[in-house]
Design a protein around this ligand. Structure first.
Ligand code: SF4
Length: 345
């Protein structure tokens, strides 16, 4: 199996391309962060591109490289400039205040909030305002071989994205074939979704179909059940509305996870501690399995892999504990690159 031909390999190329060249065919005006395999309980996107306000992103970096979950966001977004009793400063959470106190202590431990006691009362003060750093969320599905059956499978997923309008744009990235995308394929995909023809070797891309910008500030429609037909088959569908506030919170939660993980975190779920784990660099440090003689997928490279053998202890002892074996090195290389994609604090 050719690595780039696999969906996993293609996905990493899409991420790499987006990091370098997003938005397609236009000058870059925003800061761009790329992550993979993120979304909600119901829908996970292959590639997520965040268009960010550069100054806001720099200010976000003061809160550290780890994500802020919803509870921490509730605290830091509402923390006052001057000392105040936390219950006066924060909005009623709708759940017991003791959970808010836990979040306050977590934020304090992370150094992103100031706290002090006034008798039995906990007072809080913000260290910095939480910035408005996220501008747009772009969702990309990777389908290197977009044939008729792939388009039929993908169609309802993209219709879900269009109806929910959680992302500002949804795209399908497919391998460039040098030919026009078949009009018949387009019929199975919603017109609102863009199509990107990507050359995974040359890391260039062309827009085969431009997407429509989705109404992220308006209520979305979450399709719960669709026994037949497409979204236009309304008589057969069960759906619910998603309020703009809920969408905004979900978008920010996804963005925070993307900020923490980036797209190079795939190594976190692989086995770089395996003796056969190598890296091949064509400018982007990709994993390679010496046992299989090819680049392995993230799914293959797991504890269940039949070829797994632990990294020999001697490899670790060479530079251990500072450098470790090859597994440690790829982690370090990828972590370093992930850091460099984020702005300095
Ligand atoms: S042998 Fe299995 S676990 Fe080891 S590097 Fe290859 S795919 Fe990963």
């Amino acid at each position: 199996m050719d690595f780039v031909a696999s969906e996993f390999g293609f996905e990493l190329r899409t991420c790499r391309w987006a990091e370098r060249a997003w938005p397609p065919g236009e000058p870059r005006e925003s800061a761009v962060l790329v992550a993979r395999q993120l979304g909600t309980k119901r829908r996970r996107w292959d590639t997520v591109v965040l268009e960010c306000d550069p100054e806001g992103l720099r200010e976000r970096s003061r809160f550290g490289p780890e994500r802020l979950d919803g509870d921490l966001l509730d605290v830091v977004q509402h923390a006052p400039e001057e000392w105040a009793y936390y219950r006066d400063a924060l909005p009623d959470p709708g759940y017991p205040w003791r959970y808010v106190r836990e979040s306050i202590h977590r934020a304090d431990d992370r150094g992103i909030l100031e706290t002090r006691r006034d008798g039995r009362r906990i007072e809080i003060r913000r260290r910095w305002p939480y910035p408005d750093w996220l501008e747009r969320v772009i969702a990309i599905e990777n389908k290197p071989d977009l044939d008729a059956s792939a388009a039929r499978v993908l169609g309802p997923q993209l219709e879900f994205d269009v109806a929910t309008a959680l992302a500002d744009e949804v795209w399908v990235a497919t391998r460039t074939t040098g030919e026009r995308v078949e009009p018949a394929l387009l019929e199975d995909l919603p017109v609102e979704a863009g199509i990107l023809a990507l050359d995974p070797d040359g890391l260039t891309a062309e827009v085969a179909w431009y997407p429509r910008t989705l109404a992220v500030d308006e209520p979305g429609t979450r399709i719960l059940e669709r026994p037949s037909g497409g979204i236009r088959d309304a008589s057969a569908s069960r759906f619910e509305y998603v309020e703009p506030d809920e969408k905004a919170a979900t978008r920010l939660a996804i963005a925070e996870r993307a900020y923490e993980r980036g797209w190079r975190s795939y190594v976190d779920t692989m086995r770089p501690d395996c003796r056969y784990f190598e890296t091949r660099t064509d400018g982007q440090a990709l994993p390679f399995c010496a046992a299989k003689g090819r680049q392995q997928t993230a799914r293959e490279c797991a504890g269940s892999c039949g070829d797994f053998e632990p990294e020999p202890p001697a490899w670790r002892q060479l530079g251990w504990p500072i450098e470790g074996g090859p597994g440690k090195r790829i982690r370090a290389v990828l972590e370093d690159r992930r850091e460099r994609r984020r702005p300095e604090r």
